[in-house]
Design a protein around this ligand. Structure first.
Ligand code: SF4
Length: 146
């Protein structure tokens, strides 16, 4: 199976803070599949590091960074480029980083920069989901393995 995966879960240092989030279960699960590492925020042109960003509102979409600057455009551009790459590669599944404003699948931070979660999807994850590609996050990887 061809699977897209958030690059930070493979250990790529592409997070906003310059770090990564390698996940042993994800790396193990992908060992026998063709994988496409993706990072929508890098694709959107955001530098590493950059200030933390959160989705302030879904409709119309508004993403701001912790300094209050509008970051919507790079998030949208990054999501579109990521979906294009996923389609080009023929991915049938995406394993994405939980809670990210780009990659979160079902729970994201609420825009208050207080660590509070709400129901919602990251910008790229929502676009990938709406294109009909199943999305899970790293917390669901055990289900995939079993
Ligand atoms: Fe990881 Fe996604 Fe954030 Fe990139 S945009 S660092 S892949 S969570």
């Amino acid at each position: 199976m061809r699977i897209a995966v958030s690059a930070c879960l493979l250990g790529h240092a592409c997070r906003y803070d310059g770090g990564s989030k390698p996940h042993a279960g994800v790396i193990e699960a992908l060992a026998t599949h063709e994988t496409l590492p993706v990072c929508p925020e890098v694709e959107g042109g955001l530098p590493i590091p950059h200030p933390a960003c959160e989705i302030i509102a879904d409709n119309p979409l508004l993403v701001r960074d912790a300094k209050g600057e509008d970051a919507t455009d790079p998030f949208v551009k990054g999501a579109e480029k990521t979906l294009e790459a996923i389609n080009d590669f023929g991915c049938e599944l995406a394993i994405l980083k939980a809670k990210s404003p780009s990659c979160g699948t079902g729970k994201i931070y609420d825009g208050s920069f207080t660590g509070t979660l709400r129901d919602g999807w990251g910008v790229a994850a929502a676009l990938i989901r709406d294109a009909g590609i199943p999305c899970i996050d790293e917390t669901q990887i055990d289900d995939l393995l079993n």
